[in-house]
Design a protein around this ligand. Structure first.
Ligand code: BGC
Ligand code: MG
Length: 530
């Protein structure tokens, strides 16, 4: 294994942790059942006390909310649902006062079909520069009635639609929903628009950006058909195997442009890419001194709970980054995926494994992105069909709502388990289950053994874990590794406790207290005697 260099490339002295706030579901100040910026501001003390270094905010720009903000109508405005620009300024000021950095989620691949530019484009003639800000193309067949090619969208179905107001025979491309037209990144208007967007938010004090779908901005010229695509059922797979959308060489020009801008305006700011490419090696091309600072690494989300599988994921991802002098940015959960506890089987075992996996991931070198509610051990909630909000559902039958249920703050159900700050609040935008209070902050805060307490201890202790990763080993159901000379992390993925024969002091254990036995489905942090 390659020993990691723990410097991160932008002068950070240690691995950091960012708390992802899904603003809609975090805290609601005005009682409309939807989380907002003022709600977030009122809970920044909670986030600060977790021991994280910053927050990453899911999009709160002006948006029709078709995809809950991933369909932006105006990148310079805050959606009234979430508040105002002055509210955002207050969040920034208050977060900074608490030594929390603030990253925004920027969506450059597409906007909303209600963005003024798209509305103008639809009204313009084919070939007009206003239309060239998007990807319009003439349909096939004598009247242009079939889509220009067979490319598919992530949300299911063709990646092409016609606007009902457009009678030109042209179709527009959308990698996601019909309401999310893709920008044409060959257009200088588009390039300049995003220069202004970055500049605007950096001037307001933002410390960096998550870049949505950073692998997908540029599409091959000529829009060639992909043979066999029509036989692929899974929409993600239909994109993955399409060689003309993902990971096109031109996309790097965009990131070089953004990095140059960042370097000139605020060199300490960072760009973190959501980059879905086939291998961790392919992700490397997006990183470096002239492109992005970090890439989310999702591998642990899909790794089965066995010692061999975990070791293999850690080794391959860590080594792919370390070979280039970098570190992965680890993610166990996001607003797009089933929650860890549920992926690990739910119930007692699911929770134990989720806690064990968290300690394992937090012990690795590299930044960590913690999705709100992960620290409470929330599972994915089953949402009944009539309450589903996710646009993905109608098109694919899959919903991401189960990981987006508004957080429980109080044991009692009043005010949506404390999510809303008013007694008279409307129901929360997604229904909360009747056992939600058991997992609330209020229920967990006083309990030393709660998942919240575990995360708090881990995040504080993690600041003192130092040194490169080495000696990754599998012994039966146990996977272990060292950091530097003084730290060891041991995970027992098996169903029976393991007797430990170790020389050192237990720093933290995800289950139980005994230093001689490591319970099943648990992780232990040890300070070794060197
Ligand atoms: C975001 C999703 C969103 C999609 C379209 C993704 O990568 O994380 O929530 O639906 O981009 O913007
Ligand atoms: Mg609200």
């Amino acid at each position: 294994m390659i020993e990691s260099d723990v410097s991160t490339g932008y002068g950070a002295p240690r691995s950091e942790c960012f708390y992802q706030v899904y603003v809609r579901s975090f805290a609601d100040s005005d009682g409309d059942g939807v989380g907002d910026l003022e709600g977030l501001r009122s809970r920044l003390a909670y986030i600060g006390a977790l021991g994280v270094d910053g927050i990453l905010l899911s999009p709160c720009f002006a948006s029709p909310q078709f995809d809950h903000g991933y369909d932006v109508a105006d990148y310079f405005k805050i959606d009234p649902l979430y508040g105002t620009l002055p509210d955002m300024d207050l969040v920034l000021a208050e977060a900074h006062r608490r030594n929390l950095l603030v990253l925004l989620d920027i969506i450059p691949n597409h906007c909303s079909s209600k963005h003024a530019w798209f509305e103008t484009a639809v009204r313009s003639q084919p070939g007009s520069p206003l239309r060239q800000r998007f990807l319009f193309a003439r349909g096939r067949g004598p009247h242009g009635d079939s889509p220009p090619n067979n490319w598919r969208s992530y949300f299911g179905g063709p990646a092409w639609s016609r606007s009902p107001r457009d009678h030109t025979g042209e179709w527009y491309f959308h990698l996601f929903g019909t309401e999310q037209p893709d920008f044409n990144w060959r257009s200088t208007d588009v390039q300049e628009l995003f220069d202004r967007v970055l500049e605007f938010w950096l001037h307001r004090g933002v410390d960096g950006f998550r870049i949505d779908a950073a692998h997908a901005l540029c599409k091959a010229a000529g829009l060639p058909d992909v043979p066999g695509l029509d036989q692929i059922r899974d929409p993600n797979e239909a994109i993955r195997i399409n060689p003309h959308i993902i990971d096109q060489p031109e996309v790097h020009e965009v990131w070089r442009r953004w990095r140059a801008l960042i370097n000139s305006l605020k060199p300490e700011a960072r760009l973190v890419g959501e980059i879905w490419v086939d291998t961790p090696q392919a992700q490397q091309a997006y990183l470096g001194p002239d492109e992005l600072h970090e890439a989310f690494v999702f591998g642990l989300m899909y790794t089965p709970w066995t010692a061999n599988a975990l070791a293999e994921t850690i080794r391959s991802l860590h080594d792919a980054f370390a070979a280039n002098g970098r570190l992965p940015s680890w993610v166990l959960s996001t607003h797009d995926e089933s929650r860890v506890v549920t992926r690990m089987g739910n119930g007692h075992v699911g929770l134990s494994r989720a806690r064990g996996l968290a300690l394992l991931a937090l012990a690795l070198p590299g930044n960590y992105y913690l999705y709100n509610g992960e620290e409470l051990g929330l599972p994915t909630v089953d949402i009944s069909k009539r309450h589903i909000q996710d646009p993905l559902f109608a098109l694919t039958g899959r919903t991401r709502d189960g990981c987006r249920v508004p957080l429980p703050w109080t044991i009692r159900s009043q005010s949506n388990y404390g999510f809303s700050s008013r007694e008279t609040a409307s129901c929360s935008w997604l229904p909360q289950p009747d056992w939600w209070g058991e997992l609330s902050l209020e229920a967990q805060e006083p309990e030393f053994s709660s998942t919240l307490s575990l995360y708090r201890q881990a995040l504080i202790l993690r600041r003192r874990i130092w040194g490169g990763l080495h000696s990754l080993q599998v012994d039966d159901a146990v996977v272990s590794f060292h950091r530097g000379n003084e730290f060891m992390c041991i995970t027992n993925t098996g169903d029976t406790p393991k007797r430990l024969n170790l020389d050192g002091d237990v720093l933290l254990v995800s289950e139980g207290r005994d230093s001689l036995w490591l319970p099943s489905n648990a992780t232990l942090w040890l300070r070794t005697r060197s």
